[in-house]
Design a protein around this ligand. Structure first.
Ligand code: GSH
Length: 205
C-alpha cells in the first residue's frame, strides 16, 4: 500500500500522523505549509479542492476529514486495536472524534485566524476571546470524561491521538490548561509514546 499524508506543522493532521505511527503503517509525509498558504497552491487545490489538511492518499485515492481518515487507519491496521471492538464503544469513539472535529476545532480556527471571519482588525481580539472561552467550555467537558482515566477507553485508541492535538494546539495558542488535571496528565502520557516522539521529530520540527 502506498500511503501519503499531506500535513502542515501544528495542524490537526498531527493527530493523523500519530495514529499512522501507532498503526505501524509505512507512510510518507508531504508538507503543505499553511503558513506559506500552500493549501491554496494550484497543485494542492487540484489534489484537494477543500484546501485543508489532513489529506490522505492511498494508492492514488484521496480521503479528507480526520474522522474518516482515523477510522480508516484503525480498520486497515486492526492489530493495533485503535478503535474499541464493542459496537457501542466504537460509536462513542466516532462521537468523540466528531466532537473534536466539529465541536472544538472550529473555535480554534477562529482563535488562530480571526481574519478569516472578520475584516475589521479591531474586532479580532474580541473574536479570539470568545473563541477561547468556547473552546475552554468544551475542554472542561472533556476533562470530566477523562477524570480517573488513562485513555478515553480501556486501551489506547485514535481518540487519544486526536485529543493530543486538541490539547497541544490550545497550549501553543497560550491557553491556560494546567487546572485540567486529567487532560494535562493525558498530554504528559502521550508525550512519552514513541508515536508522538516520532511525529514531533518527523513533522513538527
Ligand atoms: N473538517 C476537517 C478540518 C480540517 C482543517 O480545518 N484543517 C486545517 C488545519 S488544522 C486547515 O487545513 N486549514 C486550512 C486553512 O487554514 O486555510 C477535518 O476534520 O479534517
Amino acid at each position: 500500500m502506498d500511503i501519503t499524508l499531506h500535513h502542515s506543522p501544528g495542524a490537526c493532521s498531527m493527530a493523523t500522523c500519530i495514529s499512522l505511527e501507532e498503526a505501524g503503517a509505512d507512510f510518507s509525509v508531504n508538507i503543505i505549509s499553511l503558513k506559506n498558504n500552500e493549501q491554496s497552491s494550484p497543485e494542492y487545490v487540484a489534489l484537494n479542492p477543500k484546501k485543508k489538511v489532513p489529506y490522505l492518499v492511498v494508492d492514488g485515492q484521496g480521503l479528507s476529514e480526520n474522522v474518516a481518515i482515523q477510522t480508516w487507519i484503525a480498520e486497515t491496521f486492526p492489530d493495533a486495536g485503535l478503535l474499541p471492538a464493542d459496537p457501542w464503544d466504537h460509536k462513542r469513539a466516532l462521537s468523540y472524534m466528531g466532537w473534536f472535529g466539529a465541536g472544538l476545532h472550529p473555535h480554534m480556527t477562529r482563535h488562530f485566524k480571526p481574519g478569516y471571519f472578520c475584516d475589521q482588525p479591531e474586532a479580532h481580539a474580541n473574536i479570539k476571546a470568545k473563541a477561547e472561552a468556547l473552546y475552554m467550555d468544551q475542554l472542561e467537558l472533556i476533562e470530566a470524561e477523562l477524570t480517573g482515566k488513562t485513555w478515553f477507553f480501556d486501551h489506547y485508541t485514535v481518540c487519544d491521538s486526536y485529543f493530543f492535538w486538541i490539547y497541544d494546539r490550545a497550549l501553543r495558542e497560550g491557553f491556560e490548561l494546567s487546572h485540567l488535571e486529567y487532560s494535562t496528565q493525558h498530554n504528559d502520557r502521550m508525550r512519552m509514546r514513541e508515536s508522538v516522539e516520532k511525529t514531533l521529530a518527523r513533522v513538527e520540527g
